[in-house]
Write a protein that binds this ligand. Structure first.
Ligand SMILES: *[C@@H]1O[C@H](CO)[C@@H](O)[C@H](O)[C@H]1NC(C)=O
Ligand SMILES: *[C@@H]1O[C@H](CO)[C@@H](O)[C@H](O)[C@H]1NC(C)=O
Ligand SMILES: *[C@@H]1O[C@H](CO)[C@@H](O)[C@H](O)[C@H]1NC(C)=O
Length: 450
């Protein structure tokens, strides 16, 4: 039961945003239609975010500082998932900071439609989460402006207590003694509590329809954790989108994430086996039975230019018991390495580049000159090498001359065990998650023009 509970944890917050997705930039093209089993992916903080201008940060330095703070909480969250098993089962997820880390805003979003007639939602793509939440109409404490309205959907149904799905829900609080009542459940994170009704309705993504999609219809949120939006859980737990659509998509998907600076919506999330790249370098997925939703891979070395930097092997080694190792994550923006690995990479980058180093917005290897020859960084995995060109390694100021190495160490004072390969390092690559064959693939693909 504990394992089942933990696999649901938080997840798949469906992001219910205004149906009229307003672009903030005058030259933003209209989002093209989703076709087949392919969804258009947009960056939540880019100039063309469908979340609108408020989601964009005021300045470049402000943006970096915001993202870096967000990533730091995300890391704490992923790390708490990874380490939970080491603390002796029982309560699977141990919140170690505020609930905000679990409920933070998304990095990439796709469109979906829920109910009959359908209501348009935006969903955040999250590879490290499982279950589904939707802020629902009448939710007290949900800061969502246009929540899903179950009473306007003829296909909506509340899941009863005695059902199999209810047994998978975390803390099914309102079930006894009447097993015929609606399966209500709650989650608490530090100072925050979420209460939801387990629900089912018809979910449409691109041209496909998921008939009885199970999700948590959020009814109350207290504390700091009130989610303004949700996540498309692409983790492997029993209630994730991936598990619920196993018959349609065979637990296989790929994405090409557009650059956050892009004005172009050509990033895609492709669901199912069809249309996936046939020739692609892959590395085995590692199984951590205690944390099955994280996509662990075996990163064995990192090269800066041609030089393999010296990283103590425990910093990269996979350990199911402690949760240590490397995960591929779509919800973290900039790669985070455990301190010994980060320091080795950073020192070699600094040695190669030379000149005066400064810090900015959580990044400690920045240069205030356009004349920087940044070396490529190669991530070496078991059976696969991914050489990242400058666009995946460096953040350039949009106005000044400053550029920074787009990676960081775990936040100070946190004994983090996870290396997280984040979205910026994945941009303009097709990243394939092939769960049945136990592998993750990378292929260069230009999915965005800027
Ligand atoms: C977006 O990218 C596609 C593919 O690279 C390209 O054909 C198209 O012209 C781009 N659109 C804009 C507005 O940049
Ligand atoms: C970067 O360099 C330019 C030109 O030398 C200077 O004007 C600017 O103030 C510098 N920016 C920072 C943040 O140091
Ligand atoms: C990771 O890859 C290295 C090198 O191929 C290998 O020695 C090690 O056993 C692998 N670790 C796991 C957990 O598969």
């Amino acid at each position: 039961m504990a394992l089942m509970t933990m696999s649901i944890v938080v997840a798949m917050f469906l992001l219910v945003a205004s149906t009229a997705a307003s672009a903030s930039h005058p030259s933003c093209p209209a989002t093209p239609p989703d076709t087949g089993a392919t969804l258009q992916v947009s960056h939540a903080y880019g100039p063309c975010s469908p979340l609108g201008p408020s989601a964009s940060a005021p300045s470049w330095a402000g943006f970096l500082a915001d993202q870096s703070a967000r990533d730091a909480s995300r890391l704490l969250y992923l790390d708490s998932l990874a380490a939970a098993s080491a603390k002796g089962g029982g309560r699977a997820y141990a919140p170690i900071a505020s609930g905000r880390q679990l409920l933070q805003t998304p990095t990439y979003v796709v469109r979906a439609r829920l109910g009959t007639p359908s209501q348009t939602l935006l969903l955040a793509v999250d590879t490290s989460n499982d279950a589904a939440w939707i802020p629902c109409a009448g939710c007290a404490g949900c800061p969502t402006s246009s929540p899903f309205n179950p009473s306007a959907s003829s296909s909506y149904r509340a899941v009863p207590c005695g059902s199999q799905q209810c047994a998978l829900a975390p803390n099914p609080s309102t079930c006894s003694p009447n097993t015929k009542s609606t399966c209500g459940f709650s989650l608490s994170y530090a100072d925050s509590t979420l209460t939801a009704a387990l629900s089912q309705d018809t979910l449409a993504v691109a041209n496909d329809v998921v008939k009885t999609y199970t999700f948590g219809c959020l009814q109350r949120a207290t504390g700091t954790a009130a989610p303004p939006q949700g996540l498309l859980g692409l983790g492997r737990g029993p209630l994730s989108f991936l598990s619920q659509t196993k018959d349609m998509y065979a637990a296989t998907f790929s994405y090409c994430l557009p650059s956050f600076k892009s004005l172009n919506f050509s990033g895609t999330l492709r669901l199912g086996k069809s249309g996936q790249p046939k020739k692609i370098k892959t590395t085995p997925l590692l199984a951590n039975p205690h944390r099955s939703s994280l996509y662990y891979v075996n990163m064995t070395a990192i090269r800066v230019g041609k030089k393999t930097v010296s990283i103590p092997s425990p910093a990269l080694a996979f350990d199911a018991a402690t949760g240590a190792g490397t995960v591929i994550d779509s919800g973290t923006m900039f790669t985070r390495l455990v301190a010994p690995a980060y320091l080795a990479v950073r020192d070699e980058v600094r040695r190669r580049v030379g000149g005066a180093v400064s810090s900015l917005g959580g990044f400690d290897t920045c240069y205030n000159t356009t004349a920087v020859a940044w070396p490529p960084v190669t991530l070496v995995f078991d059976g696969m090498q991914v050489t990242l060109p400058e666009e995946n390694v460096v953040i350039h100021s949009t106005y000044g001359t400053i550029s920074c190495l787009a990676m960081a160490a775990a936040p100070d004072g946190v004994n983090a065990v996870l290396n997280v390969i984040a979205s910026m390092q994945q941009q303009n690559h097709r990243v394939l998650f092939d769960v049945p064959n136990g592998r993750v693939g990378f292929a260069r693909e230009r999915c965005t023009s800027a």
